[in-house]
Design a protein around this ligand. Structure first.
Ligand code: FB9
Length: 494
């Protein structure tokens, strides 16, 4: 709020003025800085339609720094004249004075001084002089620049004692609700005002819809969670149902055996998997299903020769931190197989998985796996390619390539690659495949049902979308929480 005194003084001048007043003149009248009057204008405008203020530019003559010095101490030539004693002064001594050179030239041209060449001394040529330059500058300083003619002003401008500046000011006139008294504006309508009815006499501050809201002091979603929401939305609009993934701990049976991953597979040993010490073993399995899994691993079946090894339940009982969400997919497909009638399904999951792997700038011992699963009669690799194109297009990825790969539980399998315009190279964007019959048939699914599935991580797209290079800037104890607060909303398709 501006100075109330200046505001009231301004209103009084506007009231008396015929038409309006200029803010520069008001500032000169009140002897205050122009910015004080501008502040009063802004405050009065905020009170409603008390005044009307139009911004305008005008040219104004102002003294330069040197001009102010001359107005105070006299022109160079006058100061040279006044510094010459009766007996004269040696030329070189005069030239040592700060105003010597310019003053000597001007005083000579005004015939105020003369030079004795033999002695090289300078003498006064007249009794006294009138310092008109100083007088003119004092006129400008007191706001009477208009008394000078163009010749004078240009001469002073040429000597860099005067400059013409553009000054922004306001032309202030009465508004529709003009008043010389400043009534306090209410900023809120209270119950008391309504009950008493005295709101009718009050003035209310107009609502400023342009004002920025106060940042709410609230929680902030981590970028991973923002990206997860976007992926979840993509799956939901594709008709997928989210799987229940609320069990980080899994048995080796569901994480590996049910996926036809043999018990001697390297991924199943300590250096790739986190096994639990307590409770170390799981004990509850569907017994008839477990027997079929044991048989398909050790003897084969369903047209497969199996792995021909001595499958051990003790290995299947080992509890671990799930290494992929495909363990959940397996549980869901087994449950689906228990239905009397098979119905096609589309499942997805996005949740944490754990791998005892070498850590680096983009890999930690855990990540979020995104997985899509479609079960229907007669699905083919072409269906998988088609749904992958549809899924990745929603991520803004249109250039997709497939490369043959291997997974223990899918055949055929493919890695997906996308051309990254920024990096100018093809980057891996996931893995996929058709679940093997040795996985599906022991569950009891009909022989003509095929299941296609794919997976990718949540961290990789998040790091790319948010421009984060080191995974430790995204997750872990070193994360800068301000990054979380400041992270913008996520739009995957743009
Ligand atoms: O996510 C990965 N890359 C990726 C994904 C999306 C993306 O989006 C761009 C912004 C638009 C960019 C990159 N990858 C898979 C590829 C690599 O990052 C890879 O180095 C790391 N992989 C993880 C596994 O690493 C141990 C990513 C993770 C991954 C790999 C495979 C699966 C899931 C996650 C799977 C599967 C699967 C296969 C068949 C059936 C069911 C599931």
């Amino acid at each position: 709020m501006a100075d109330a005194g200046v505001m009231e003084a301004l209103l009084r001048r506007v009231e008396k003025a015929d038409g309006g007043v200029d803010s520069l003149e008001v500032a000169a009248d009140l002897g205050v800085d122009h910015q004080m009057v501008v502040g009063a204008v802004k405050s009065l405008q905020a009170l409603g339609d008390v005044i009307s203020a139009e911004q305008r530019s005008s040219k104004q003559w102002e003294l330069t720094g040197e001009g102010n010095e001359v107005a105070e101490q006299g022109s160079h030539e006058a100061r040279v004249f006044n510094s010459i004693p009766v007996e004269g002064i040696p030329r070189n001594e005069l030239m040592k004075l700060a105003f010597g050179k310019v003053g000597f030239t001007k005083a000579m041209s005004s015939k105020w001084i003369k030079v004795d060449k033999e002695q090289d001394r300078i003498f006064k040529a007249v009794e006294s002089v009138e310092d008109q330059v100083k007088e003119k500058l004092l006129q400008v300083q007191s706001g009477q620049a208009s008394l000078l003619d163009d010749k004078d002003r240009n001469e002073l401008k040429k000597r860099k004692l005067l400059s013409e500046v553009t000054v922004k000011s306001y032309w202030i006139s009465k508004g529709q609700s003009f008043s010389t008294t400043i009534t306090k504006q209410e900023t809120e309508l209270t119950a008391e005002m309504i009950a008493s009815g005295n709101w009718k006499e009050k003035k209310f501050k107009p609502y400023n819809f342009e004002a920025m809201g106060i940042a709410p002091d609230c929680g902030h979603l981590h970028p991973l969670m923002k990206v997860r929401t976007q992926f979840r939305q993509i799956f939901l609009e594709m008709g997928f149902t989210e799987m229940p993934t609320n069990n980080f701990i899994e048995s080796s049976f569901w994480n590996f055996d049910s996926l036809f991953q043999p018990q001697q597979h390297p991924a199943r040993d300590q250096h790739d998997t986190f096994f639990l010490s307590d409770p170390a073993l799981a004990h509850e399995f569907p017994t008839d299903y477990l027997e079929r899994v044991k048989k398909v691993h050790s003897e084969g079946g369903y047209g497969s020769q199996g792995y021909k090894y001595d499958w051990k339940i003790e290995e299947a009982q080992k509890n671990l931190l799930r290494t992929h969400t495909t363990a959940v997919s397996s549980r869901m497909l087994y449950k689906l197989a228990q239905q009397k009638e098979f119905t096609p399904v589309k499942y997805f999951s996005i949740d944490r998985v754990f791998r005892n792997e070498t850590l680096d700038a983009t890999h930690l011992a855990e990540f979020h796996q995104i997985e899509g699963v479609v079960a229907d009669r007669g699905l083919t690799l072409g269906d998988l390619m088609g749904i992958l194109h549809q899924f990745f297009t929603k991520l803004g990825i249109t250039k997709l390539r497939f490369k043959p790969a291997f997974n223990p539980y899918t055949e055929p399998s493919m890695e997906m690659f996308s051309y990254h315009e920024g990096l100018k190279k093809w980057v891996e964007v996931g893995n996929s495949g058709v679940f093997r019959p040795e996985m599906l048939l022991p569950m009891g699914l009909p022989e003509d049902v095929t299941v296609i599935a794919w997976g990718l991580s949540l961290e990789r797209p998040t790091m790319i979308k948010y421009g984060i290079n080191n995974i430790r800037e995204l997750v872990g104890h070193k994360v800068n929480l301000q990054m979380v607060y400041d992270s913008p909303v996520c739009r995957l398709d743009s």
